[in-house]
Design a protein around this ligand. Structure first.
Ligand code: GDP
Length: 304
C-alpha cells in the first residue's frame, strides 16, 4: 500500500489525462495514439521510450484492425511490463547478499539533493532489519554537511560509520571503511560519494580512484554502483543518468521522491533508456519509505 500511495499523483494524473483522451472514442485511432504519446511524455517516460511504446501499440492496432479504447489500459500495462522486463527481474522483495560477496560493497553515487544520504540511511535500516551487519563510509568529503548528515543516519539506524575530516581523500575514507568492515566481519558496506557534476573528468577520476583503492581490500569491490536519481526532476534525472553512466559503470538505480510527483513514468523511461535495473524507489521521507523495486508491483499499482 505504500507503493500505491507513493505513486498516487502519477497514477491520478495519468489516468485522468488518459480518460480525457479517449472520451467519446470507441477505438484506438491516430488521435488517441497522439494523445497517449503526449500523456506518456508528460509523465516523463521520455521521448524515446514513449515512441517505443506507441510503436508497439500501433503494431497491435494494425494486427487487430480494431482495438477498442476499453482495452487500451490492459495493452499499455502489458507493453510497459514487457519493457521493464528487459532490464528488471522483478520478483525481489528484499536484498540478499550473493554468495562469496562478503562484505558486499555498495557504492552510492548521485548529485547533491537527490536523496542520496536519505537512501543510504533507509538502506542501512533495511539491511540491519534483515539481520545484516552494516558499515557506512562517508566518502563524500567535499561537503562537511554530507558527512554530518550521514552521521545522523548512522546514529538513527545505529550502525557504525567511518569518516575523516572534510576535504580528506575520498579513496582513503573508502579504504578505511572496507578495512574496518573486514575487521568487524561486517556483511554490507555502503560508501557515500561526492556528487559534483560540474567537472566530468574529475568525477570520473575520483570514482575510479575510490574503486581502485577499495579493490586493495576487497578485490571485486564495488559489487554494485547505485545511482540515486530524483524522480521528481524528470529530464534532469535523465541528464544525470547520462553523465554518471559516462563517468563510471552504474549497475543499478534508485529513483527517489516518487511520492511528490506526477512524473513517476521516469522509472520506466530511465530503466529503458539506460538498460539499468531500478533496484529501489523512494516514496517518502520516512525511514521505511524505500522499496525494493518490483516491476510487477509497480505496474500493478500504476494501473490499479
Ligand atoms: P542528498 O543531498 O542527495 O544526500 O539528499 P538528502 O538525502 O539530504 O535528501 C534531500 C531531501 O529530499 C531531504 O529533505 C529528504 O528528506 C528528501 N527525500 C529523500 N528521499 C525522498 C523521498 O523518497 N520522498 C520524499 N518526499 N522526500 C525525499
Amino acid at each position: 500500500e505504500t507503493l500505491d500511495k507513493g505513486l498516487e499523483k502519477t497514477k491520478t494524473t495519468f489516468f485522468s489525462k488518459l480518460s480525457k483522451a479517449i472520451v467519446g472514442k470507441s477505438k484506438v485511432d491516430d488521435d488517441v495514439l497522439d494523445n497517449l504519446e503526449e500523456i506518456l511524455v508528460s509523465s516523463d517516460v521520455g521521448v524515446d521510450t514513449t515512441l517505443k511504446i506507441i510503436t508497439r501499440i500501433e503494431k497491435r492496432v494494425a494486427d487487430d484492425k480494431y482495438l477498442g479504447t476499453s482495452e487500451l489500459n490492459q495493452i499499455l500495462q502489458e507493453e510497459i511490463a514487457s519493457l521493464l522486463s528487459e532490464t528488471n527481474t522483478g520478483e525481489a522483495t528484499e536484498f540478499v547478499i550473493p554468495v562469496n560477496k562478503k562484505p558486499y560493497v555498495l557504492m552510492v553515487v548521485g548529485v547533491n539533493g537527490v536523496g542520496k544520504t536519505t537512501t543510504i540511511g533507509k538502506l542501512a535500516y533495511q539491511f540491519k532489519k534483515q539481520g545484516y551487519k552494516v558499515v557506512l563510509g562517508a566518502a563524500d568529503t567535499f561537503r562537511a554537511a554530507a558527512i554530518d548528515q550521514l552521521q545522523i543516519w548512522a546514529d538513527r539506524v545505529d550502525v557504525p560509520i567511518v569518516r575523516q575530516n572534510m576535504g580528506s581523500d575520498p579513496a582513503s575514507v573508502a579504504f578505511d571503511t572496507l578495512q574496518s568492515a573486514v575487521a568487524q566481519d561486517a556483511d554490507i558496506v555502503i560508501i557515500d560519494t561526492a556528487g559534483r557534476l560540474h567537472n566530468k573528468i574529475n568525477l570520473m577520476n575520483e570514482l575510479s580512484k575510490v574503486k581502485r583503492v577499495m579493490q586493495k581490500v576487497v578485490a571485486d569491490a564495488p559489487h554494485d554502483v547505485l545511482l540515486v536519481l530524483d524522480g521528481s526532476t524528470g529530464q534532469n534525472a535523465f541528464e544525470q543518468a547520462k553523465q554518471f553512466t559516462a563517468a563510471t559503470e552504474v549497475t543499478s538505480l534508485a529513483v527517489t521522491k516518487l511520492d511528490g510527483t506526477a512524473k513517476g513514468g521516469v522509472v520506466i523511461g530511465i530503466s529503458d533508456q539506460f538498460q539499468i535495473p531500478v533496484k529501489y524507489i523512494g516514496v517518502g521521507e520516512g525511514i521505511e519509505d524505500l522499496q525494493v523495486f518490483n516491476k510487477y508491483e509497480f505496474v500493478d499499482s500504476f494501473f490499479k
